[in-house]
Ligand binder design. Sequence first.
Ligand code: ADP
Ligand code: MG
Length: 223
Amino acid sequence: MSEVLRTTGLKRSFTQGDAVIHVLRGVDLHVGSGEIVALLGPSGSGKSTLLQAVGLLEGGFEGSIRIQGQEAARLDNDGRTKLRRDALGFVYQFHHLLPDFSAIENVELPQLIHGATPVEAIARSRILLEALGLAHRLDHRPSKLSGGEQQRVAVARALANRPALVLADEPTGNLDEATADIVLAEFLRLVRGEGSAALVATHNERLAAKMDRVVRLHDGVLE
Ligand code: ADP
Ligand code: MG
């Protein structure tokens, strides 16, 4: 299996007043192509910090992050932005959809930014949203959608540019248990169908067990 992600000795500390908190103390993590990995750990264990590092959204890290074989530290800002746009998709606990755009427009936009034609972007957005059961919600704004529907749109948006790796931070953490189960199952089915890999942060053992492999973050390292 080829590798989409490898971190080696990844470290991140924060200073709070006089104290230094070592959140990541040397994380070695790999995700294979098409593999869905659960990142399990209690609240405050550093899951979001790790996903932010891998998402190339923040500096301040020590160690190595390789995405599709490219060492992030060797890239300049433009190179990191390009790698993020080409290779990564993001889903968060809260949907972060643009409120003034419809569901389908929210999925089209990243594709247009990435160079797709409007016709291509509409066609792919429809396929993704219909696969998530949202054929009747394409023109609704986020505020007119239920929480589960909002997260489904966020999932479609994350997959819009065919990322090699989806980073999902508690993607169903804001939903009731029954809805969370359904949306997670749909997310996993779509990610598998698309052949993407995913790294999914969760504090929920039961949800983690539905993924291909589970890694546990404890005291700043993977157990
Ligand atoms: P999780 O996502 O597993 O709940 P986080 O990655 O959000 O954990 O946080 C891990 C630890 O890092 C927490 O103790 C948190 O307070 C601390 N932390 C995260 N981000 C910052 C920051 N920007 N400044 C200071 N401390 C932070
Ligand atoms: Mg978190």
